[in-house]
Design a protein around this ligand. Structure first.
Ligand SMILES: Cc1ncc(COP(=O)(O)O)c(C=O)c1O
Length: 420
């Protein structure tokens, strides 16, 4: 039975209406109402995005930037309109600043292999936080190894927030060229104080890359106000299909960077002896791009903005506050990261006594239809610091409601009874 005592009412979003837009939420899981709490891994897709993809393939599919016939022109228009839509969503100065990539990982690698290879030299430091996803860790480790540089890790406070004094000391003592930092941690949920970090880094002449994979789907993001140098995010966590991501940087910086991958589309002129590069943004988009992904991302952004990013954030904050409150009542449940919902996004990682997170996730799925993630969540260095090999993680999005939190907590009680 689902406990409903003290359950808040959804004040910020009409989740009943929102849920109707997500066909997958109608299915059952092992005979139970599907409770999808793994949006930090990937989000579900609304009918509106699925319709946009179908419409593209049924009406306008062709390769882009090449053909002079109607379909090719329509496909190109849709692809480039998607870029304009993304630029507007993130507050970019122009569409040329929006580079489509496969995902956030590729966007970060693009920076490491282009700007990084040209800029990072022997004795330089790249600062990352202890919270980083492997995607914002490994490219810098490899770059540092190739360039005789080093990666230094900014500590966390006991509450799971970034230790800004540690960053400050690092910036003063070392030649830090880049601070690579997540907007929101995919494990601790911590919302990093990006404007303080950008001010500190820029004050010491370091550049800042923001891994916004967990931020762009959940909060208003204005890249000009943020004032970072690079921002990377990924479409599939924000209602769009897999295989589309974005790198944003200022036009001047992108102009100064060499291309990443080489081949078709990214060239202006190829002779037998040499090649010149295309204009921005195509200089960084070698080969046939993910046209359907870009169209799906534009449609996802339309959907998110129609609901309202502020409403989405407020809704998730209320869900997290309620979940933190209910989890605190479960003996043995231990929550990672800050206790204050204002300091965290819609992610809650936790452990329950000695129950292995994989066993927990299996029981939640089979007995209650609850999908959570178990493992290191691509953050092994963080888990190592915490002395854990794995944790369980529930993550919320606009289609989750307070009933989902209740089912999660009831399911954890079941797991305790089964394993205890
Ligand atoms: C904080 C963070 N950064 C980067 C990524 C990588 O995203 P993608 O696999 O789409 O490149 C993820 C995915 O979980 C993430 O949570």
């Amino acid at each position: 039975m689902t406990a409903s005592l003290g359950r808040p009412v959804a004040a910020h979003l009409d989740t009943t209406t929102v849920r109707e837009d997500f066909p997958i939420l109608r299915r059952l899981a092992h005979g139970h109402r599907l409770v999808y709490l793994d949006s930090a891994a990937t989000s579900q897709k609304p009918r509106q995005v699925l319709d946009a993809l179908r419409s593209y393939y049924e009406n306008s599919n062709a390769n882009v930037h090449r053909g002079v016939y109607l379909l090719a022109e329509e496909a190109t228009e849709l692809y480039e309109a998607a870029r304009v839509r993304v630029a507007r969503f993130i507050g970019a100065s122009s569409a040329e600043e929006v580079i489509f990539t496969r995902n956030a990982t590729e966007a970060i690698n693009l920076v490491a292999y282009t700007w990084g290879q040209e800029t990072i030299g022997s004795g330089d430091t790249i600062a990352v936080s202890a919270l980083e996803h492997h995607s914002n860790f490994v490219p810098w480790q490899v770059l540092a190894a190739n360039r005789s540089a080093q990666v230094d890790v900014v500590d966390l406070t006991s509450e799971g927030t970034l230790d800004l004094d540690c960053l400050d000391r690092m910036l003063m003592e070392k030649r830090v060229r880049l601070v690579a930092i997540a907007g929101i941690s995919n494990v601790m949920g911590t919302i990093n104080p990006l404007s303080d970090i950008v001010d500190l880094a820029h004050g010491h002449g370091a550049m800042v890359l923001v891994d916004a994979a967990q931020m762009a789907p959940h909060m208003t993001m204005d890249v000009r106000r943020l004032d970072a140098d690079f921002v990377a995010f990924t479409g599939h966590k924000m209602l769009a299909p897999m295989g589309i991501g974005v790198l944003w940087a200022r036009e001047q910086l992108l102009q100064s960077m060499p291309p990443f991958l080489f081949g078709g589309e990214m060239i202006r002129r190829v002779t037998e002896r040499e090649t010149t590069w295309n204009d921005l943004p195509w200089k960084f988009e070698a080969g046939t791009p993910n046209v359907e992904g870009a169209i799906g991302l534009a449609s996802a952004i339309d959907y998110l903005e129609q609901i309202g990013m502020k409403q989405i954030r407020a809704h998730e904050k209320a869900l997290v506050a309620y979940a933190l409150h209910r989890l605190a009542d479960i003996p043995g449940a231990s929550i990672l990261g800050p206790r204050d919902p204002a300091l965290r996004g819609g992610v809650i990682a936790f452990t329950v006594g000695d129950i292995h997170p994989h066993d927990l996730a299996s029981i939640l799925d089979r007995r209650h239809g609850v999908c959570i993630r178990a493992g290191h969540h691509c953050a092994q260095p963080l888990h190592e610091r915490l002395g854990l090999s794995a944790s369980a993680r529930a993550s919320f999005y606009l289609y989750n409601d307070f009933e989902d939190v209740d089912v999660l907590c009831d399911a954890i009680q079941t797991a305790k009874a089964v394993m205890g």
